[in-house]
Design a binder for this molecule. Structure first.
Ligand SMILES: Nc1ncnc2c1ncn2[C@@H]1O[C@H](COP(=O)(O)OP(=O)(O)OP(=O)(O)O)[C@@H](O)[C@H]1O
Length: 260
């Protein structure tokens, strides 16, 4: 077991995230990740699917700098990183606007600046008119939009998503998938997205990465060929085409094989 830590380092390239042979062994001896190779370039939206406990969240925590890999190199060339969790993690006593302003407030921005940033982000996620609502007055989807807006105030170059829509119903999830795609093409961040849903991964992404069971490693990577443009991020009807079903089938098969 290696005990050295490999900190996230920074260089200037079009690759925003470059993991090379990353291993993560926790102090109790649990080997969560082994030999992980993964890159996320500017303009890419990469989804990661893998069995429960294979180290997906650990991967994101290393990417964000919250955790250090115990071996290998985890290089991140993004000074502004957004992070959205499965839980919206809103402060219940603060309004939508005050929650969205939080990161700019912690960053020491002036009141006018953070108000302007928050209002723009609230508009981007379609919550204009709900600025004064408290989290308990919002639906699950609206809470997640608020969480997205809070991270958008950072103008992230790299956006990390830890299964953000997993707790939402199918219709809300599909709607938020489309919202996220629109934000991706408009705001031009790169994305690293964890999900348990293979069809969500294929629909949202430019690339889908399949991980094995723990210790997690990347077993397959699939380029997603469906077009994505500023005017039409991705045609929702793509989900009903044989090509989409075929790719979902291939990813699912790789997931099953990697799980054995
Ligand atoms: N701080 C820690 N100390 C020890 N073991 C840990 C720690 N954090 C995570 N683990 C273990 O590492 C493995 C990977 O955990 P992780 O949460 O990254 O998996 P995951 O793929 O995100 O799981 P899920 O899909 O169920 O959310 C698990 O076996 C987990 O129990």
């Amino acid at each position: 077991m290696s005990t050295a830590t490999a900190p996230v380092t920074t260089t200037v390239t079009s690759t925003l995230l470059d993991f090379h042979d990353v291993e993560m062994t926790f102090p109790d001896g649990t080997v969560a990740l082994r030999g992980v190779h993964l890159t996320v370039d500017r303009g890419e939206f990469v989804s990661v699917v893998g069995p429960s406990g294979c180290g997906k969240s650990t991967l994101l925590r290393i990417a964000s700098g919250l955790e250090h890999a115990s071996d290998g190199t985890a290089q991140v060339d993004a000074s502004r990183i957004g992070y959205v969790f499965q839980d919206a993690t809103l402060l219940p006593w603060r309004s939508v606007r005050d929650n969205v302003e939080l990161l700019a407030e912690l960053g020491g921005r002036s009141k006018e600046e953070r108000r302007a940033k928050a209002d723009r982000a609230i508009e981007l996620v379609g919550l204009t008119g709900f600025e004064k609502h408290l989290p308990k007055q919002l639906s699950g989807g609206m809470r997640m939009r608020t969480s997205l807006a809070r991270s958008l105030t950072l103008d992230p170059e790299l956006f990390l998503f830890d299964e953000p829509f997993g707790a939402l119903d199918e219709i809300t999830r599909e709607r938020l998938n489309d919202e996220l795609l629109r934000l991706f093409v408009e705001q031009r961040f790169a994305g690293l997205f964890i999900t348990h849903s293979v069809s969500e991964a294929v629909y949202l992404s430019t690339k889908v990465v399949v991980m094995s069971g723990r210790p997690g490693t990347v077993v397959r990577s699939f380029d997603v060929p469906f077009p994505m443009t500023r005017d039409m991020p991705r045609d929702p009807d793509i989900r009903f085409t044989p090509e989409f079903a075929e790719l979902v089938g291939e990813v699912s098969r790789a997931l099953r094989e990697g799980h054995r």
